[in-house]
Design a protein around this ligand. Structure first.
Ligand code: GDP
Ligand code: IMO
Ligand code: MG
Length: 433
């Protein structure tokens, strides 16, 4: 059995949670490698709806080890709240979950710093989730962050006080009246540490030992490649390595141990927050997709911006991730359309572009070139085999496959586990066998 990375091929919310939950049945462990509780991964199991934020979606499968890797940033309050929510649904979280002692810790002052930078008049707001994610990664890269290993150790107090003093100086400089808390937070975080301690360990060693013993690991991405700190629409990105490379740096498992990389993409595309979006549809049709796809953020409730499948974008994310196969989700959302636009090329400054521009100005000046494909105009929910899909739906999928150059290995036509079809003979099927 293989070790696979499953990650978002667009701007997040592609349906990774559903797919990881479904596939995790075949794996011994599921490991999250970056991000934090900015993620919201929705999983439906029958009538029950779970929104996983920090905890890998594999937790919903009894016996599957769920690992929060070193590349993740952890708000202990959010983590403990998520654990107790899952426990009240009958899940044995404490025996299944392991947390890296090298993951960084989010404190309330990270949210204060985020408010300062998002609210500055001279800076364009990114439209973040306001969870303190970016400022925590800033501290990590600046080599002053506090890790889980420090949180559960005796020198936590001195490390916290030094970092909190820095943040107070910044807050003062920006004339923020809200005070950075010392004593109450110290006390609360010491209590958090006691609850988290039994689940913490060197998860790189844990995962590598499991792999040596012949066990299989699924690496779960959060956000999406276009939100990756290097490859996304910078600066309108998140602060972590959401692309496939992040799976290795974010867990301590070497690239030589990875057998396959699966991209999850909607049959159209969405984005939450600010930033360039070449194939965005701001007309009534985009609104129809938002309603049909229930495109409202699972973490912040914000309406998601909707647009059309973007071939140049998928080719780009396919290249930087090395996708072996694509899972196309939410095909059913397109069921009622007469024709379906697909962005097949970009025009920038009067020239057709085949590569993704790096600068925001050029990204924003992209003129999308659309091709319109016939819709199928009938329900696809309930269909369980690719060959039973309407001809136009199959042609639509073949078009995506041909234009992106990546196989479509699976198609999702509803939020439930069983609303997923696999393409017989696909590379994905081989990787999962
Ligand atoms: P993630 O962040 O990538 O895990 O995605 P989200 O959970 O934020 O958003 C995906 C939404 O689409 C969730 O509400 C899912 O329940 C839902 N979903 C996933 N796959 C399908 C599908 O094939 N059809 C429909 N209609 N909904 C889906
Ligand atoms: P999942 O894992 C969609 C977006 C925010 C904002 C930008 C930076 O559910 O796909 P941050 O708080 O991370 O500093 O915000 O990234 N963003 C997401 N968009 N899905 C997500 O996660 C996201 N996580 C962050 O909206 O534009
Ligand atoms: Mg989401």
């Amino acid at each position: 059995m293989s070790n696979l990375i499953v990650l978002g091929a667009q701007w997040g919310d592609e349906g990774k949670g559903k797919i990881v939950d479904l596939l995790s049945e075949k794996f011994d462990a599921v490991a999250r490698y970056q991000g934090g509780h900015n993620a919201g991964h929705t999983v439906f199991i029958g009538e029950k709806k779970f929104i996983l934020k920090l905890i890998p979606s594999g937790i919903l499968r009894p016996g599957v080890l769920a690992v929060i890797g070193n590349g993740v940033v952890i708000d202990p309050a959010a983590l403990l709240q998520e654990i107790s929510g899952l426990e009240s649904a009958g899940i044995d979280v404490k025996s299944q979950l392991r947390i890296s002692n090298r993951a960084h810790v989010i404190f309330p002052f990270h949210r204060t710093i985020e408010k300062i930078s998002e609210g500055r008049a001279n800076r364009i707001a990114i439209g973040t989730t306001s969870r303190g994610i970016g400022p925590c990664y800033e501290d990590k890269i600046a080599r002053r962050g506090i890790r889980i290993a420090d949180l559960v150790d005796v020198d936590f107090q001195s490390l916290y006080c030094a970092l909190a003093e820095d943040k107070q100086l910044i807050a003062d400089a920006f004339q923020i009246t809200e005070r950075v808390d010392f004593s109450e937070i110290l006390e609360t975080y010491k209590q958090f540490a006691e609850q988290i301690r039994p689940m913490t360990c060197d998860t790189a060693h844990l995962l590598n030992t499991a792999i040596r013993e012949g066990k299989s690991v699924l690496f779960e991405g959060a956000q999406g490649t276009m939100l990756d700190i290097d490859f996304g629409t910078y600066p309108f990105v998140t602060s972590s390595s959401a692309a496939a490379g992040g799976a290795c740096t974010g867990t301590g498992v070497a690239p030589t141990k990875i057998d396959g990389i699966i991209g999850v993409s909607k049959a159209y595309i969405t984005r939450v927050g600010a930033g360039p979006f070449p194939s965005e549809d701001v007309t009534e049709l985009g609104e129809r997709i938002r309603i049909a796809g229930n495109e409202f953020g699972s973490v912040t409730g914000r309406p998601r911006r909707c647009g059309w499948f973007d071939v140049p974008l998928l080719r780009y994310t396919g290249e930087v991730n090395g996708f072996d196969s694509l899972v196309i989700t939410k095909l059913d959302v397109l069921d009622e359309l007469e024709t379906i636009p697909v962005c097949v090329a970009y025009e920038v400054d009067g020239k057709t572009m085949t590569q993704m521009p790096a600068s925001t100005r050029r990204m924003e000046s992209i003129k999308p070139i659309f091709e319109r494909l016939p819709g199928w105009n009938r329900p696809t929910r309930g269909i369980t085999k690719i060959e039973d899909l309407p001809t136009e739906a199959r042609q639509y999928l073949e078009f995506l496959e041909e234009k992106t150059g990546i196989e479509v290995g699976s198609v999702s036509n509803g939020p439930e586990r069983n609303e997923t079809m696999f393409v017989p003979g696909s590379k994905l099927e081989r990787l999962l066998s």
